[in-house]
Ligand binder design. Sequence first.
Ligand code: ATP
Ligand code: MG
Length: 415
Amino acid sequence: MINSLRGFRDLLPPESDLFARIEAAAREVFGLYGYQEIRIPALEKKELFVKSTGDTTDIVEKEMYAFTDGGGREVAMRPEGTPGIVRAYIEHNLGQTGRSGKYFYIGTMFRAERPQAGRYREFTQIGAEHIGNPSPAADAESISMLIRLLEKLGVEGCSAEINSLGCAECRKAYREILLAFLRARAEKLCEPCRGRIERNPLRALDCKIDGPALAEAGPKRSLCPSCTEHFDRTQHLLAAAGVSYKVNPGLVRGLDYYTGTVFEVRTTALGSQDALCGGGRYDDLVKSMGGPVAPAIGWAIGEDRVAMLLKDKPAPDNAPRTFIVAAAKEAGDKAFALLTSMRAAGISSDFSNFELSLKSQMRSADKSGAAFALIIGEDELKAGTCAVKSLKEHGDQQTIPLPDAPSHIKQLLKG
Ligand code: ATP
Ligand code: MG
């Protein structure tokens, strides 16, 4: 027997149903905010992620499923969605269509990290990107849409934190100050950080080992007047939208492309896998990937972790409403036609096996959780009717003409 790979899993019912519900809620919210779907490929040129996500990030350095394909091309399974969306935006000239550049994606991502609860090697992200709008209103809209989605899903006990990393100029000035600070205490840093000081000193801030101490003791960021104003405006607009959040000056994100506003949503309910969502502004990425000047902002939610939070919430009842039973040898055709007309009328209906005994079919009907059994026996077959039996409460069995069955059941279900 062949098992699935470690860190890769099957989503079985009822969990698969939970994922479908989360995605349906996301699509509904995206529709309200004017976001349209882009389906990006799972496999891209490796270079795309090295250049956009960044070659000193954990994702690219340690976690990427990258390989040389049969044609000698260096390729990688997507570890995140933003690079693919940006590539598509540039490749298809989406900036020139005159339509709003608001896109969402839903898809599995691949990262070769140590599997544990809430951390898989293939996992699903739901992401939103707004490309081409530099306004603080785009930041506030993106963040409030995220919070709206979490509310709609009924995710509780999570908090949003925001910060601003500043523009390229702010970052350059800060990089120099931080570099001097890190060089002076290099021997106190962890091995990987020591190796990365010169290549990308900002990376140390996001290190799981050194990051927290650096946020405490390291030099503080200062923003230029225009970045300060942008961040202030964003916060005003978030307040106007009734979004509650906390400013965390120590918040940095693990990807290279972020500029300006960054944010994260964490939960207290999932132990160490506490990150639900991360995002931020990436004003220079589209240009640096060969596209037009297109300031942008986006985020990605970890759907698997959202599903873990919602697992114990009551699921909607998806038992069939009616169960069709053929209680005579020749009733199978009529029973199957009845099944078809019930479903055509929008009433979920099921059956077991019309060739089995009445007793056995009724047992299946009870097990299915259906509200009513519709039974066609010899008498009903002759009269062109069916018997309606409530499976939930004791009551009289009624007999109704077959063509009336859908409307009759609809009435009963309403009552
Ligand atoms: P973490 O700190 O948990 O590794 P991250 O910073 O690597 O998270 P992002 O790259 O910001 O995560 O991805 C956005 C979201 O995707 C995360 O907040 C998380 O919910 C989810 N996520 C990331 N990696 C995994 C994984 N291996 N398995 C399941 N979900 C994941
Ligand atoms: Mg990670």
